[in-house]
Design a binder for this molecule. Structure first.
Ligand SMILES: Cc1ncc(COP(=O)(O)O)c(C=O)c1O
Length: 339
């Protein structure tokens, strides 16, 4: 595979991100040897998985001759913050269409969006109000003579997912250097671009690892995020790669959502506390805490043997802590510490 030469890419993510052994968490669980792929340390605006997708999406925006980038998300979107930063790094103007109400005072991602000077349009959850606001924005930008690149929420187009094909090859090289072949690689799944990209990468690399995705939103919410069916997504990825992909069917793990996207769960906060107290590793309540909770549940159920290796992909999200502070504190109060 020669992806890095085949498709235009703006280097935004730095890396390779570290592959870190988690010895104390592994020992405490008496299960497989756990590793963390530190994509929270990508080099863009505080880190996170979106940097890898944006390398390809910003290259496309440049090819399109854009001077402005518009993307979508919730008011606390990591993707929106990282797109705004990527736009700035490429000398383009960021515009964010955010669902919900901006917090006052600004915290977390909305505070970073303000620092990045993104133009922000807030819209209702769904329905006519949202469509009308987006149509009005389209007209305003056209009247201003702007050349706009539109990036969907989460950046999870087949092109964006190429960032995680590339990540898979990076991870495989790191695993080979460590002399391990993991039984599985785990990640959080929202718009599914990370999970699908890793799966496409594993198929392309013919690397026999299971790629497990932990859903952080209900199926209906994911449909609302614009998640499209896998068959056409993978076939478009295959066209970009110049090779048809045969990807084993896989099911997302659906039992960590906690009812709704963004809901703080006890299992998620417990996983956050375990990672922090065993390894000094800070996760977030919306994505990575839930993903690790899914992996810990699998280990407790005996899903892996001692001697096997499992990689957890830390996809970032620390700005999501502040807006959930009260719920995290409440859940922490119910959690036993290690000391
Ligand atoms: C911190 C973090 N982790 C994981 C994800 C999920 O990635 P994907 O949307 O590619 O499924 C996101 C998406 O916003 C995220 O911000």
């Amino acid at each position: 595979m020669n992806l890095r030469h085949a498709l235009p890419r703006v280097p935004l993510a730095g890396g390779p991100t570290p592959l870190q052994l988690l010895p104390r968490l592994s020992a405490a669980l008496r299960g497989p040897t756990l590793w963390c792929k530190r994509d929270d340390q990508t080099a863009l605006a505080g880190g996170g998985n979106k940097a890898r997708k944006l390398e390809y999406l910003m290259a496309l925006a440049r090819q399109q001759g854009a001077d402005t980038v518009v993307t979508f998300g919730g008011v606390h979107s990591n993707h929106a913050r990282m797109t705004a930063a990527a736009a700035r790094m490429c000398g383009l103007s960021p515009v964010l269409v955010l669902t919900g109400t901006l917090p006052v005072p600004a915290v977390g991602n909305p505070l970073l969006d303000a620092l990045l000077g993104a133009r922000i349009v807030t819209v209702p959850d769904h329905g006519k109000g949202r469509d009308a606001a987006v149509a009005a924005l389209r007209e305003t930008l056209a009247a201003e003579g702007r050349r706009v690149a539109w990036i969907p929420g989460g950046g999870s187009t087949p092109l964006g997912a190429m960032g995680y094909v590339r990540a898979l090859f990076e991870l495989r090289a790191q695993c080979e250097a460590e002399g391990i072949t993991p039984a599985a690689v785990w990640c959080a799944a929202g718009t599914e671009g990370t999970w699908r990209g890793l799966r496409a990468g594993a198929a392309l690399a013919r690397w026999p690892v299971a790629i497990e995705g932990v859903a952080v939103a209900t199926p209906a919410e994911r449909a609302g995020f614009g998640v499209t069916d896998e068959a056409s997504f993978f076939s478009e990825m295959g066209e970009l790669l110049g090779e048809a992909l045969t990807i084993p069917a896989a099911q997302l793990i659906e039992d960590q959502v906690g009812g709704a996207y963004g809901a703080v769960t006890e299992a998620g906060v417990q996983a956050m506390a375990q990672a922090a107290q065993a390894e000094g590793l800070i996760l977030d309540p919306v994505y990575t805490g839930k993903a690790l909770a899914g992996l810990l549940a699998r280990i407790v159920d005996g899903g892996y043997r001692q001697g096997e290796h499992v990689v957890f992909v830390h996809t970032g999200g620390w700005p999501g802590l502040a807006p959930k502070a009260a719920a995290i504190e409440a859940a922490l109060a119910a959690t036993a510490g290690v000391d």
